[in-house]
Ligand binder design. Structure first.
Ligand code: AHR
Length: 499
């Protein structure tokens, strides 16, 4: 198969937003306990954080981390997690049917973010709680000192305010599984009033209203419209959540998951702009794609509900194979392509729970296959995102109809004279010979070309074989006189860096 496209620096979409490369730490399963935090681990630092996980987090190139949930946040009392550890209560977490020891809370998480070099993105509980508790948390976190709650933070060891800018107004409030689930009107009013009060305390916050839990929700569309009608003036973002999985062995459809992500983002943009037009408001609402990933959700849903109350159980520890990683690479292409409106995103989650980083308690930490496209995209994407319109064959998929066999996006940093092309070959059996006309760019050589592919598309990494699947140098690349050619193996993701 053959494909081609020109790279034109005039076809700018938007700058690369660093917040596109966000992640998510929820008090769920082993994400926090034996994930980022394990005081008895051989690599634990003085605060009990696993250094091996911190190192991998930095290598992953994560920029923001959403916290503390997720479904967890809708029953969470943030004040349980601050102050002397001995007096922190153990509580039931209804969302994941487990016990929360509160050994880690806001102050510990903030210390971890500093070590990891990431920006926190905090969620408030709008399930069982409301305006007052959100204001209390904001006061504790961001007020300098001299008030009841800010002085508590100082007494708990954080003299300086945390200056947390980005706040999620609840989580998946459209979902009937959510503790404190609400109708769109109920949630819209509560989110608007919470946002208004939070801005009275601190006007420069960036606030995210909950959109739908996914495009398959019966209320999708109507939910966004109603919530935004209530909140338009008060919020900056509407959230999107979406998880993808291979169903019934249909690999071709699964590899085209980016098509569904594109449609989802385009739909939410249209709805937000329609509300803006109706309200005669010229402000544009941005998209925070603050939960996205491959997740074999149907397997999780097929399990019997838990009846016990364990601490940090193994929950949704999906083991990712090569094809999952190719899909993740494709989803990142879709996110970058929407950089004019998707200005924040969080892959869910960071460690152990549907995660790029896996750990064993007391044992090693390793990179899952999906670690690689994320890390390489975060490292190589710079400057402006360029629109790429490939000429290529299409193939039929059961779920999305006819789709192009390749998907691609590029970034170009004119000052540094560097460019990066990200491309997936969605064919399950044919290599694609791709020609790219690079004459418009001030870049003359390939500085690095990596491809993620495998003879076994279901190969995965384990603690014993952590590098079974990893990107390898692609030798089948040539750049000559502004014409680049690369051979893309079937079911593959590649990044080509130019300078
Ligand atoms: O990321 C796992 C869960 O997926 C989150 O807790 C929830 O928000 C979503 O349904």
């Amino acid at each position: 198969l053959n494909a081609s496209f020109p790279l034109d620096p005039a076809l700018r979409i938007a700058p690369v937003h660093r917040r596109t490369f966000g992640s998510f730490v929820e008090h769920m399963g082993r994400c926090v306990y034996t994930g980022i935090y394990e005081p008895d681990h051989p690599t634990a630092d003085a605060d009990g954080f696993r250094r091996d996980v911190l190192e991998l987090t930095r290598e992953l190139g994560v920029t923001t981390v959403r916290y503390p949930g997720g479904n967890f946040v809708s029953g969470y009392r943030w004040e349980d997690g601050v102050g002397p550890r001995a007096s922190r209560p153990v509580r039931r977490d209804l969302a994941w049917h487990s016990l929360e020891t509160n050994e880690v809370g806001l102050d510990e998480f903030m210390r971890w973010t500093r070590k990891a070099g990431v920006e926190p993105m905090m969620a408030v509980n709008l399930g069982t709680r409301g305006v007052q508790e959100a204001l209390d948390l904001l006061e504790y976190a961001n007020h300098p000192a001299g008030t009841h709650l800010s002085d508590q933070r100082v007494a708990n060891g954080a003299a300086e305010p945390y200056g947390i800018r980005m706040w999620c107004l609840g989580n998946e409030m459209d979902g009937p599984w959510q503790v404190g689930h609400k109708t769109a009107d109920e949630y819209g009013r509560l989110a608007a009033e919470t946002a208004r009060a939070m801005r009275m305390a601190q006007p420069d916050l960036e606030l995210v209203a909950c959109g739908s839990s996914g495009p398959e929700m019966a209320t999708f569309g109507a939910w966004e419209a109603t919530v935004l009608e209530h909140t338009y003036d008060q919020v900056d973002y509407i959230s999107l959540h979406a998880y993808y999985e291979e169903r019934d062995g249909d690999l071709a459809s699964f590899l085209a998951s980016g098509v569904e992500m594109d449609r989802f983002a385009d739909s939410v943009i249209s709805i937000a702009d329609a509300v803006g037009a109706r309200l005669r408001n010229r402000k544009r609402i941005m998209l925070s794609f603050d939960e996205w990933n491959v997740w074999y959700l149907s397997r999780h849903q097929a399990q019997q509900p838990r009846t016990d109350w364990p601490v940090a159980p193994r929950v949704i520890e999906d083991r990712y194979h090569l094809a999952d990683a190719v899909v993740v690479g494709g989803l990142l292409i879709s996110l970058l392509r929407h950089s004019d409106r998707v200005t924040a995103a969080s892959q869910a989650q960071l460690v152990n729970v549907i995660a790029p980083i896996m750990t064993e308690p007391g044992g090693p930490a390793w990179r899952q296959t999906i670690f690689h496209p994320f890390a390489r995209t975060a490292a190589a994407a710079a400057g402006q995102v360029l629109r790429v319109e490939p000429t290529c064959p299409t193939h039929e998929t059961a779920r999305y109809g006819e789709v192009p066999v390749i998907d691609a996006v590029a970034t170009y940093d004119a000052e540094a004279a560097t460019a990066a092309i990200f491309v997936v070959n969605r064919s399950t059996d044919s290599p694609v010979s791709l020609d790219v006309d690079t004459r418009g760019l001030a870049a003359e050589r390939v500085t690095r070309c990596l491809t993620l592919s495998d003879t076994d598309v279901y190969a995965y990494n384990t603690a014993r074989h952590p590098d079974r699947v990893a990107p390898r140098d692609n030798k089948d690349v040539r750049l000559d006189g502004g014409r680049l050619n690369i051979v893309l193996p079937p079911v593959s993701w590649s990044v080509i860096e130019l300078a």
